[in-house]
Design a protein around this ligand. Structure first.
Ligand SMILES: Cc1cc2nc3c(=O)[nH]c(=O)nc-3n(C[C@H](O)[C@H](O)[C@H](O)COP(=O)(O)O)c2cc1C
Length: 381
């Protein structure tokens, strides 16, 4: 199947099928503490955060989803307009189609026509393409295509394992990412696609100089589930295997904490199953700089178009604001300083994974202000 029709397939499934993990991202296992006397006004709560040399009005990024088809161009345009209007960041979907079929480049570059120069845009290429020989030249083309503020490299080994046409060769990916980190002019964000970057992967990526992570953990969209539906009609054995692995991965909250523990002074986006502003506030309190949202944005677009996207994001923003107000935090820095309860079994799981939870929370509170390590220029050596 050609890349453009695969893209359309993905959009249809995302909107119509049940493609989320049946396990949770684990936000129910952390609790922010209610303060009955917040001593602030809800309206005065400040959600701003620095990201890639700009200031977002709230810590939200609509992570990369689409491109490569005329339908995708319309979706990207609406996402860009909403992101620009609300002061949020956005990513485009994998740009392979635009790189291999230049006549499709407009389906990505439309984000600048619609969102203007100020919206923070993240370009996107896949790790399997790096293993096949994509390098600095292709990365630069992808960046130029959308005049990007950063480049996301997506890791999707789980998804590819269940595609009849899957690119399952990940040999050489780390060296290729290192080459990009060292030779391109914008930050490289390494992102998963719904199965999580945990301790081991974060350590490996940190050791080659990666400073930006989108953990994209388990608990939201499961790409293995998407491939399960696609395989059903063409390969029953592959479909059965995909069903077995449909909940595979590291839960989003666990991945966020593990990545922050592994590479403390880095920029961390928590995504995968962020389904409310309260989830977002918890993710940030637990160690993320900002959150990423994908599937709900696609579904909001399919139901109510651009207005639907705007409403969804405004609701998230209001909910994050309220969570800060009710914990007595005036801004994201103060949210980090508030108590955070980590319930069992998450605390034990983290300890068994080598995270000293009390030390982690103490360091986070004192040293890791949201956005502090999200500036271009990198972390201290
Ligand atoms: C329809 C759809 C298409 C996606 N396409 C891409 C893509 O091309 N590149 C990428 O890096 N991630 C892609 N993703 C993954 C998301 O960016 C995100 O990491 C993941 O879906 C988890 O977030 P969610 O639970 O909020 O959907 C896609 C997600 C969806 C729902």
């Amino acid at each position: 199947m050609s890349t453009p029709s695969r893209k359309l397939d993905h959009i249809r499934l995302a909107v119509d099928a049940s493609i989320e993990h049946s396990r949770r991202p684990l936000f129910e296992l952390v609790e922010l503490v209610h303060v009955a006397v917040p001593e602030n006004s809800l309206k005065a709560v400040d959600l701003r955060v620095e990201f890639l040399g700009r200031v977002l009005s709230a810590p939200i990024m609509i992570t990369g989803m689409t491109g490569g088809h005329s339908v995708a161009a319309k979706i990207n345009c609406s996402i860009a307009r909403a992101a620009a209007e609300l002061g949020l960041a956005m990513g485009v979907g994998s740009q392979r189609a635009g790189l291999e079929h230049p006549e499709l480049a407009y389906t990505y570059s439309v984000v600048r026509d619609c969102g203007g120069g100020d919206v923070v845009v993240v370009a996107n290429i896949g790790a399997p393409q790096l293993a096949e020989g994509y390098g600095v030249a292709e990365a630069r083309k992808a960046i130029e295509m959308v005049d990007a503020d950063a480049l996301a490299v997506h890791l999707n080994a789980a998804q590819e394992s269940f595609q009849p046409e899957g690119d399952t060769n990940y040999r050489g990916v780390l060296a290729a990412i290192k080459n990009l980190v060292e030779n391109i002019d914008v930050p490289v964000i390494v992102k998963e696609t719904g199965h999580g970057i945990g301790l081991e992967a974060a350590l490996m990526l940190g050791s080659i100089g990666v400073n930006y992570f989108d953990v994209s953990g388990a608990g939201g969209t499961s790409w293995v589930k998407v491939e399960y539906y696609r395989a059903l009609t063409v390969d029953k054995k592959l479909a059965e295997a995909a069903r077995t692995f449909s909940d595979w991965g590291i839960a989003t909250l666990q991945a966020t904490i593990e990545a922050r523990w592994a590479v403390p002074y880095s920029c961390i986006i928590a995504s995968g199953g962020i389904r409310s502003g309260l989830d977002a506030a918890k993710a940030i309190a637990a160690g993320a700089d900002l959150v990423g949202v994908a599937l709900p944005v696609m579904r909001a677009y399919s139901e109510r178009g651009e207005e639907g996207i705007r409403e969804l994001l405004e609701t998230y923003m209001y909910e994050i604001k309220t969570a800060l107000f009710l914990t007595g935090a005036r801004n994201l820095k103060e949210l980090r300083e508030k108590p955070l309860i980590i319930h069992e079994p998450l605390r034990s799981i983290l300890e068994r994974r080598g995270v000293y939870v009390d030390l982690y929370l103490d360091t986070l509170r004192k040293r890791v202000t949201p956005g502090k390590w999200c500036k271009p220029g990198g972390r201290p050596s």
